[in-house]
Design a protein. Structure first.
Length: 457
C-alpha cells in the first residue's frame, strides 16, 4: 500500500491518513505499520484525530503500552493530546476490565491537556464505568470525589442507570431519592432510565409477571405526569420493547397507535421494537408494511432494523426473501447502513445453505465498504466450511485471518485440526501450524519503534 501511494505521487494529508486508518480499523498490525510509515514521510505531520484513531484501534486489541508511547510521542512532537484522546484510552481500559488503569489515566489527563477536570470529564468516567458493568467502582469513585465535583442531575442519572443495568432497582431508587433530597430535579432522561430498569430485565413469563411489569411502568409514567414531565418517544420505545420481548404484537401495534395519537413521532428505536416483535411472532407481512411506513415518514432504517428481518429469514432458511431484501437495500444505495453483524448473519446463512457464490458477493461487498470482515466473520465462515468438509477453503480463510492479526478462537483451531487429521491431511495441518507460529512472532521493522506484544494462542 505504501509503495502504491509513493509510485502514484499521492500527497499525504491528515484527512487521507484518517480515511485509510478507518479502513484498517479491524487490522491493528497493518494499521500501525501504515501509521508509522506515514509519520516518517517528508512534509507530513499527524494531527490529533489521526493519533486518536490509532489509539482507538490499538485499544481494541489491548496494546496499552503502545498507546502510552503514542501519547508521549504526541507531547514530544508538540501535538497536544485532547481530552478526547484520554476519553478513548479510558473507554478502552474499562472495556478491557482495567478499571484502576482507567482511573489512573483520568488522573494523568490533567498533566497533558493543561486544564483541570470539569464535571463533564467526571460524568464521562462514571458513565463509561456504568456502561461496561462496573457500577460499584463508579459508585465508589463518586462517593470519594463528590466534594471535588458538585453532583448534578447528569451524575445521578448515570448512577441510576448503572444500578438499573446491574438489575439492582433498590440501589437505583436509593440514588434517585438522594437526588431529590439534595433538591436536584429529575428530568425525562432520569425517569426513562428508571423506566428502562423496570422493563429491560424483567421476567415476562408467565403472563402475571408481564402484567406486573407493565403495571409498574404505568405507575412511573403517571408519576412523571404529576411532576409535569411528559413521556417522550424514548419512554414509549422502552414500553414497546417489553411488548416485543413478551411477543405481544397486537399490544405493540396498539401502543404505537396511542403514541401517534398523542402527537409523538415514532423514532427509529420505536419502529425497530415493533418490527422486531412482528418478525419474531412470524408476522413478516405486517413488519414489511411497517418498514414501508417508516421510510415514507422519513425515518431511515438502521442495520438493527434490517437484522430483525434477516434473523427471521435465517430461522426459516428463507434464502430467497433474504436475498430479495438485500437486493432492495443494494438498489437503494443503502448498503452503507448495514453493519458487520448484518453481513455475518447473511454469510452464516448462505454458507450453511451452500450458496457460496452469494457468500463471495457478500464478502466482496463487505471488503469494498470497509465494514469488515472481523473475527466473527472468519469464525462463522470457517466453521461452516468445516461442516461441509471444504478443508482447503477453510485453511485459506484461516491463514487470511491470522495474517490480518485476528487471534483464532480455540474451538476454531481445534475444529480445523480434527477435520484435517480425520481427512488424512496431516501435511496441510503442519504447514498451517507453521504459518500460525510464524505469524504469532513475526513483526517487520516498522513495529520496532513500539513495544507491540505478539498475539499468542
Amino acid at each position: 500500500m505504501e509503495a502504491s501511494l509513493q509510485l502514484n505521487g499521492i500527497q499525504l494529508s491528515p484527512s487521507l491518513v484518517h480515511q485509510v486508518l478507518q479502513r484498517l480499523k479491524n487490522v491493528s498490525k497493518i494499521a500501525l505499520g501504515f501509521f508509522s510509515w506515514a509519520r516518517e514521510q517528508a512534509s507530513y505531520r499527524h494531527d490529533v484525530e489521526c493519533y486518536n484513531l490509532m489509539i482507538d484501534i490499538l485499544g481494541k486489541v489491548h496494546q496499552f503500552d503502545v498507546i502510552w508511547q503514542l501519547i508521549m510521542e504526541m507531547d514530544q512532537e508538540q501535538i497536544r493530546p485532547a481530552h478526547t484522546t484520554f476519553y478513548i484510552l479510558i473507554r478502552r481500559h474499562i472495556a478491557a476490565g482495567f478499571t484502576r488503569q482507567a482511573i489512573r489515566a483520568f488522573d494523568d489527563m490533567v498533566g497533558f491537556i493543561e486544564r483541570e477536570h470539569n464535571s463533564d470529564d467526571f460524568v464521562f468516567l462514571l458513565d463509561t464505568l456504568c456502561k461496561y458493568g462496573h457500577v460499584k467502582v463508579a459508585t465508589e469513585i463518586f462517593n470519594k470525589r463528590k466534594s471535588q465535583f458538585t453532583p448534578d442531575a447528569k451524575m445521578y442519572t448515570v448512577l441510576v442507570y448503572g444500578w438499573s443495568k446491574f438489575n439492582k432497582q433498590d440501589m437505583a431508587k436509593k440514588f434517585f431519592d438522594e437526588m431529590i433530597d439534595r433538591g436536584i430535579e429529575p428530568n425525562v432522561v432520569t425517569y426513562n432510565v428508571l423506566l428502562n430498569g423496570i422493563c429491560r430485565r424483567a421476567r415476562l413469563h408467565p403472563d402475571p409477571r408481564f402484567d406486573q411489569t407493565i403495571e409498574e411502568a404505568e405507575k412511573l409514567l403517571k408519576e412523571m405526569k404529576l411532576r409535569e414531565i411528559e413521556p417522550d418517544a424514548t419512554s414509549y420505545s422502552i414500553v414497546l420493547h417489553v411488548y416485543s420481548r413478551a411477543h405481544k404484537p397486537n399490544l405493540s401495534l396498539l401502543k404505537l397507535r396511542e403514541m401517534k395519537e398523542r402527537g409523538i413521532s415514532p423514532t427509529i428505536a420505536t419502529y425497530t421494537s415493533v418490527i422486531k416483535c412482528l418478525c419474531s411472532s412470524g408476522r413478516i407481512a405486517d413488519a414489511e408494511e411497517l418498514l414501508d411506513e417508516m421510510t415514507a415518514n422519513g425515518v431511515c432504517p438502521t442495520a438493527e432494523t434490517y437484522n430483525c428481518f434477516f434473523k427471521e429469514y435465517r430461522g426459516r432458511n428463507d434464502a430467497d426473501s433474504a436475498l430479495k431484501l438485500y437486493r432492495k437495500v443494494e438498489d437503494s444505495m443503502s448498503l452503507g447502513l448495514l453493519s458487520i453483524h448484518t453481513y455475518n448473519i447473511l454469510i452464516g446463512m448462505f454458507s450453511k445453505l451452500n450458496k457460496m457464490e452469494i457468500v463471495d458477493e457478500l464478502w466482496t461487498s463487505m471488503l469494498e465498504g470497509g465494514i469488515g470482515p472481523d473475527l466473527d466473520s472468519y469464525t462463522c465462515l470457517i466453521h461452516n466450511l468445516c461442516e461441509r468438509k471444504k478443508w482447503r477453503e477453510a485453511c485459506h480463510f484461516f491463514v487470511q485471518m491470522i495474517e490480518k492479526g485476528f487471534l483464532p478462537q480455540k474451538r476454531t483451531f481445534e475444529t480445523l485440526y480434527r477435520g484435517l487429521i480425520q481427512s488424512d491431511m496431516l501435511r496441510t495441518w503442519r504447514r498451517l501450524k507453521k504459518r500460525l507460529d510464524e505469524e504469532s512472532v513475526k513483526f517487520s521493522s516498522e513495529y520496532e519503534r513500539y513495544h507491540f506484544k505478539p498475539y499468542r494462542r
